[in-house]
Design a protein around this ligand. Structure first.
Ligand code: FES
Length: 152
């Protein structure tokens, strides 16, 4: 469907909520897989906000994507428990293997790498999520296997 039309419908549905901006942005991301630029002026106008305010919220929350994701999404936990269990090293390894940084997608469109802030698996850290499936107690070999799986 046309982005502007769908955005208007979503805003119309959720506008009455208290603090409607986040639910609207989540719904838009669910619908399109990311938050398209052209939604921002529509949301701003409908909620009486400035475009900068809406854009600021999109960039502040790590949940929102500004570009379509690749075919697979690999999320690495970057919160404290995972960091203390070697999460940094795993993140560096994944970035090196994929040749991209967080919030980027490999040029072939296969994998998007994203940070996530706690998957609720702190006791089995470090953890990650590939296409919605969680993986815990990761070591370097397992990160390599996950990256290989994501690339297929
Ligand atoms: Fe990584 Fe909680 S800090 S799962």
């Amino acid at each position: 469907a046309d982005v502007t039309e769908r955005t208007l419908a979503i805003v119309g549905e959720l506008k009455g909520l208290e603090g409607p901006l986040l639910p609207i942005l989540h719904e838009i991301q669910d619908e399109f897989g990311y938050v398209p630029q052209e939604c921002l002026p529509v949301i701003a106008r409908e909620l009486n906000l400035s475009r900068a305010e809406v854009y600021g919220v999109v960039t502040f929350y790590h949940d929102f994507r500004e570009h379509p994701a690749g075919r697979h999404v690999l999320k690495l936990c970057r919160a404290e428990a995972c960091q203390s269990m070697g999460g940094d090293r795993l993140a560096e390894r994944a970035k090196a293997l994929l040749g991209i940084d967080f919030h980027e997608t490999t040029p072939d469109g296969a994998v998007t790498l994203e940070p996530v802030y706690c998957l609720g698996l702190c006791s089995c850290s470090p953890s990650a999520m590939l296409d919605g499936e969680v993986h815990a107690r990761l070591d370097e070999a397992e990160i390599e296997a996950l990256v290989a799986e994501a690339r297929r």
